[in-house]
Design a binder for this molecule. Structure first.
Ligand code: HEC
Ligand code: HEC
Ligand code: HEC
Length: 147
C-alpha cells in the first residue's frame, strides 16, 4: 500500500467511525419533552337552559311554588312581604350590592346556593349563562332581566 492509498483508507475508516459515534450519540439523546396539548382559549359554554333568567326556573310547577317571592319566604320565614309578581329587579332594590335595608347583597349567597346545589347544575344543567349575559353595548356582564 502506498502512503497516499493508506491515508485515503484511514480517512474512510475515520469517517465511518465518527458516523457510528454520532449515531450512538443520537440514539442516546434524552427523550423528547412531553407534548403540549392545545386547549381552546375560550371554553365553549354549555347550552343556555334559561334564556329569560331567574323566571325560567323560578315559577309555579303544579302544586310547587318556586317563584322568587316564594323562595325568599322559604329561605327566611320572616322575610318582608313581597308581591307575588316580584322579579329580580325588585329583589335587587335590597339585595343589590352593597345591600340595603339590612339585606345581604346577592353575591354573598346567590352563587353559593346555586353552584353548590344538587339540583341547579346536576339536574337542570344550570351554569353562569343561566343568569348572566354579555351586554353587547356596554361590554359588561349583566344579570338577565335586571334593570
Ligand atoms: C337553571 C335554573 C335556575 C335559574 C336560572 C335560577 N335559579 Fe334560583 N334556584 C334554582 C334551584 C334548583 C334552587 C334550589 C337550590 C337548592 O337548594 O338545591 C334555587 C334556589 C334559589 C333561591 C333560594 C335560596 C335559599 O337560600 O334557599 C333563591 C332566592 C333563588 N334561587 C334566586 C334566583 C335568582 C334571583 C335568579 C336569577 C338571577 C335565579 N335564582 C336563577 C334554580 C335556578
Ligand atoms: C325591602 C327589602 C327586601 C327586598 C325587596 C327583598 N329582600 Fe330578601 N331579605 C331582606 C332582608 C332584610 C333579609 C334578611 C337579611 C338577609 O338574610 O339578607 C332578606 C333575606 C333574604 C334571603 C335569605 C338570605 C340568607 O342567606 O339567609 C333570601 C334568599 C332572600 N332574601 C331573597 C329575596 C328575593 C328572591 C327577593 C326578590 C323576590 C328579595 N329577597 C327581596 C330584604 C329584602
Ligand atoms: C342563579 C343566578 C346566577 C348564577 C348561576 C351565576 N350568577 Fe353571578 N351573579 C348573580 C347575581 C344576581 C349577581 C349580583 C348582581 C348585582 O347585584 O348587580 C351576580 C354577580 C356576579 C359577579 C360580581 C359580584 C361578585 O360575586 O364578584 C361575578 C364576578 C359573577 N356574578 C360571576 C359569575 C360566574 C363566573 C358564574 C358561573 C360560575 C356565575 N356568576 C353564576 C347571579 C348568578
Amino acid at each position: 500500500m502506498t502512503n497516499r492509498k493508506f491515508r485515503r483508507v484511514a480517512l474512510v475508516i475515520l469517517g465511518l467511525a465518527s458516523a457510528a459515534l454520532l449515531a450512538t450519540a443520537c440514539a442516546k439523546a434524552p427523550p423528547a419533552p412531553p407534548q403540549v396539548v392545545e386547549k381552546p382559549v375560550v371554553q365553549i359554554p354549555p347550552p343556555d337552559v334559561a334564556p329569560n333568567g331567574c323566571a325560567d326556573c323560578h315559577k309555579k310547577e303544579g302544586d310547587k311554588d318556586y317563584t322568587l317571592p316564594a323562595e325568599a319566604k322559604k329561605a327566611n320565614p320572616n322575610h318582608v312581604p313581597l308581591p307575588a309578581t316580584a322579579t329580580v329587579t325588585d329583589c335587587d332594590t335590597c339585595h343589590g350590592a352593597p345591600g340595603k335595608n339590612g339585606a345581604k347583597p346577592f353575591e354573598t349567597w346567590i352563587h353559593k346556593v346555586h353552584l353548590n346545589s344538587q339540583t341547579f347544575s346536576p339536574k337542570l344543567k344550570g351554569y353562569c349563562n343561566s343568569c348572566h349575559v354579555l351586554n353587547a353595548t356596554t361590554g359588561l356582564i349583566d344579570v338577565k332581566g335586571l334593570k
